[in-house]
Design a protein around this ligand. Structure first.
Ligand code: PXP
Length: 238
C-alpha cells in the first residue's frame, strides 16, 4: 500500500495573497485527511511565504500525521524539535527560487545534516532527505542515518508534461528506489506530480509514499467550482 501526503503550502499562498484568514490550511488539511489522504505536508520556509508559524502550531496540536519540511539549519531544527511533528523532511532552500528546485547537496552539508538527523531521530521523529535520484546520494543518506529518502521527481514530471522522452529519468528513479529499499531506507517521491506522473510512478513497488501539493490544490479549485457557484447563485436568488 502506498501512502499519499498532501502538501497544503499553496492554500497558504492563496490566503496570504489577501493577508486574511481564508482559505485556511488547517481546515483544508482536515478535509484532505477526511477524504483519504494519509498525511499532511507543510514546508515552513525561512521567508514564510506560504505556511506561517501559526499554521505549524495549529497543525501540531491535532492528531493529523504531520510531515514538516525544513531547510537544513539549526534554527529550523529547533523549531522542529519544539513542535514535534511525526515526520521531518530536510530540503534545500534558496530564497529566490519559486519552488524546491533540486535535491540536497549531501556532501557539502554532510556534517550539519548528520547532526540534525541525529537530533530528530533521537526524538523519534521519522526523518527523510529530499534528494536527486543518484546512487551516490542514497549511499550518503544511509551514512547519515536518515530513515527515509524522498526522490525529487521534478525533472521526470517536466519531461512528461512537455511530452519529451522520460525513459532515462524514470529508469534512474526506478534503480534508485530499488537500491535505497535494499539498503533499508523507506522510499518516498514528490515534486511536480500530477495524475499522469502519479500513474507512471505508482508502478514502482519500492516507493512507499508520494507527497503532492501544487497540482492537488490547483485541481481542487476547478473541481470544486461547481458547488461554490451553486451556493453563491442560490444566495443571489433569495
Ligand atoms: N516533496 C517535497 C520535499 C517538496 O519540497 C515539495 C514542494 O514543496 C513537494 C514534495 C510537492 O511538490 P509539488 O507542490 O510540486 O507537488
Amino acid at each position: 500500500m502506498k501512502n499519499l501526503g498532501v502538501n497544503v503550502d499553496h492554500v497558504g499562498t492563496l490566503r496570504n495573497a489577501r493577508g486574511e484568514k481564508h482559505p485556511d490550511p488547517l481546515l483544508v488539511a482536515k478535509q484532505a485527511i477526511n477524504f483519504g489522504a494519509d498525511s499532511i505536508t507543510i514546508h515552513l520556509r525561512e521567508d514564510r511565504r506560504h505556511i506561517k508559524d501559526e499554521d505549524l502550531i495549529k497543525l501540531s496540536k491535532t492528531k493529523i500525521p504531520l510531515n514538516l519540511e525544513i531547510a537544513c539549519n539549526y534554527k529550523m531544527m529547533k523549531i522542529a524539535l519544539k513542535y514535534n511533528p511525526n515526520f521531518v523532511c530536510l530540503v534545500p532552500e534558496k530564497r529566490e527560487e519559486l519552488t524546491t528546485e533540486g535535491g540536497l547537496n549531501l556532501i557539502k552539508n554532510y556534517k550539519k545534516i548528520k547532526f540534525i538527523i541525529k537530533k530528530l531521530n533521537k526524538k523519534k521523529i521519522r526523518t527523510s532527505l529530499f534528494i536527486n535520484p543518484t546512487i551516490k546520494d542514497i549511499k550518503y543518506s544511509k551514512k547519515i542515518n536518515s530513515n527515509c529518502i524522498e526522490i525529487h521527481t521534478g525533472k521526470l514530471s517536466s519531461l512528461i508534461k512537455e511530452k519529451k522522452n522520460y525513459k532515462n529519468e524514470l529508469n534512474k528513479i526506478k534503480n534508485c528506489a530499488k537500491f535505497a529499499k535494499a539498503l533499508g531506507l523507506e522510499v518516498h517521491a514528490g515534486h511536480g506530480m500530477d495524475y499522469k506522473t502519479t500513474q507512471i510512478l505508482a508502478k514502482i513497488s519500492e516507493i512507499k509514499e508520494f507527497n503532492i501539493g501544487h497540482f492537488i490544490i490547483g485541481e481542487a479549485i476547478s473541481v470544486g467550482l461547481k458547488e461554490v457557484i451553486r451556493k453563491i447563485k442560490k444566495s443571489i436568488k433569495k
